[in-house]
Design a protein around this ligand. Structure first.
Ligand SMILES: [Zn+2]
Ligand SMILES: [Zn+2]
Length: 267
């Protein structure tokens, strides 16, 4: 009888605790908004929930995300306004990515609004907002990138990482690993040479040459026969992830998929 009473008391206390934590979280948000009003990095309005990170809920809603049924280049994920029937989606190609080293790349949405602000903030502060993490997870669930079984963040050059203090791709990859339960490998791929910062005038070919052979695989046995999901913040020309994917394929990876937060406008 006494042990039953103790068990019941423990159970009741756990329920009380989980509801108290929920209330505390809501209270914390409200208190935070009062004490430290965070202004939205996009519109300057106030951010009411810390789950939204640096952008307000309205700016998140205004940011164009790729829907489940959006028409994308099946390989690089470039958005097109063309409408095709479901059975033809896998045959859509933009014509720009044929030589790229990855199997398929996807992004959560366009590089604009809340996504752009989140990417920029992540270069300054090592915090991944839960809204962004959940969005990455939702996108990772879609074919064909959902068949990956190992997450690898695109590495920064060690010098750059020391300068910044962290690798933003690795931060996103850790959150995605936690949500998806996929294995995470932060050590098998390294950046070999310090590539020039991409200059504004650099065209696709120049970028491609500047990152060719930029990556090396240190532990080929760890990635052999794996279906890798490379994580990066932005897919610009695809040159960086293509080079990293080629190194992984050379080292024995079965497939290399790519997931980024955002990518540029439609082609
Ligand atoms: Zn806003
Ligand atoms: Zn493409």
């Amino acid at each position: 009888m006494r042990s039953f009473a103790i068990a019941f008391a423990t159970f009741a206390f756990q329920i009380y605790l989980s509801s108290a934590i929920h209330h505390l979280s809501t209270l914390y948000d409200a208190a935070l908004a009062l004490v430290y009003p965070q202004s939205c990095a996009v519109c300057g309005g106030s951010v009411e929930s810390r789950h939204d990170g640096v952008a307000c809920a309205a700016c998140w809603r205004a940011t164009r995300l790729f829907a489940d049924d959006a028409t994308l280049c099946w390989k690089c994920g470039a958005f097109t306004r063309a409408k095709v029937t479901e059975d033809r989606r896998r045959s859509i190609r933009c014509g720009e990515c044929d030589g790229d080293g990855f199997t398929a790349a996807r992004a959560c949405g366009f590089y604009e609004g809340a996504l752009r602000a989140s990417v920029l903030a992540l270069k300054r502060e090592p915090r991944v907002a839960s809204r962004l993490a959940r969005l990455m997870f939702a996108t990772q669930q879609r074919a064909p990138i959902n068949s990956a079984n190992l997450i690898i963040p695109v590495p920064l050059h060690p010098g750059r990482e020391r300068e910044r203090g962290f690798n933003q791709a690795a931060l996103i990859a850790r959150e995605l690993g936690r949500l998806s339960n996929l294995a995470l490998d932060e050590h098998s791929v390294v950046r070999r040479i310090h590539t020039e910062r991409h200059r504004a005038g650099m065209d696709g070919r120049a970028r491609r040459e500047s990152v060719a052979d930029a990556f090396a695989v240190r532990h080929a046995d760890a990635i052999a026969a794996k279906r890798v999901l490379l994580i990066d913040d932005v897919f610009t020309t695809g040159a960086t992830v293509s080079s990293c994917a080629a190194a992984l394929r050379d080292a024995g990876a079965e497939e290399v998929f790519v997931l980024t937060v955002a990518r540029p406008q439609a082609y």
